[in-house]
Write a protein that binds this ligand. Sequence first.
Ligand code: ADP
Length: 319
Amino acid sequence: MKRIAVLTSGGDAPGMNAAIRAVVRNGIYRGLKVYGIRKGFSGLLNEDFVEMDLRSVADIIHRGGTILQTARCEEFKTEEGLHKGTEILRRRGIDGLVVIGGDGSFRGALALTRRGVPAVGVPGTIDNDIPGTDLTIGFDTAVNNAIQAVDKIRDTATSHERTFVIEVMGRRAGDIALAAGLAVGAETILIPEEPYSIDEVVDRLKKSVARGKRHSILLVAEGVGQATDIAAEIRSRTGWETRVTVLGHLQRGGSPTAVDRVLASRMGAMAVDLLLEGQSGKMVALQRNALVAVDLDEAMKGTHRPDLGLYTLARILSI
Ligand code: ADP
């Protein structure tokens, strides 16, 4: 193995830069030439390659987003696209590829591996929705961003005795809502993995008001539905002033937390080590705080489940 390449694909996540840095620096440390591919698989098809040196990843560990940029590329999902990508990597003498992204990106990585280009995945997504790993790069920062925003909203909620329905990201997963909800002491957390009844939600709200709470915060995962609809239901059943905030892309940007920087550094470095060991079709995963290699295939076939113990605990602690 002499030359490897790295790309970021799918949604951006804070910590991706720290992962790129780790791939480049560990690769060079181990005597490899390392190329960056800009804009994900679309950059691969457009041959947007750049040779990386130690300095090209200087001063990025603390920056959100991804210096290699990211893109979605429909062409890469086709036979022709995959064939073209494989040929480009072969012609350029790339012996291994590190794909930093989510499950969609891993499908591309696995398809390349099956065509003879060894590829390893590094889980980078704020949603934490990848089976096989306890944590993905970007999740911790997104949760912290959500917490900071909710803490600010709480000041207004308390001052005005209002109910706030706050929608957080997560695609189909409730992980961000669960972790942020527990951390801010939300009265109610709604996640797609747990069915809820609006009657019970309203009942809990009324009880908390009856025992003197001056505000209520409901954290709703985007996978549950629109926060505006839930707020309208609460308003119509209680007559209370109910405000909605959709945190949106605020959660996704900004400087990565220590947890994400350390995780990304460890995972990026391990991806290079795996390629050097001759492993491919693997994803670097965190399980019980140890890094392990799991089959990309398994990671994609499995179903992600958030830690529902947090859900139960949050309900107990917010009585
Ligand atoms: P994420 O990686 O965050 O889940 P997407 O699902 O949008 O994001 O996937 C990112 C990119 O990965 C897609 O735009 C496409 O280029 C590539 N990809 C997704 N699915 C496949 C597939 N089945 N085969 C090949 N490439 C794929």
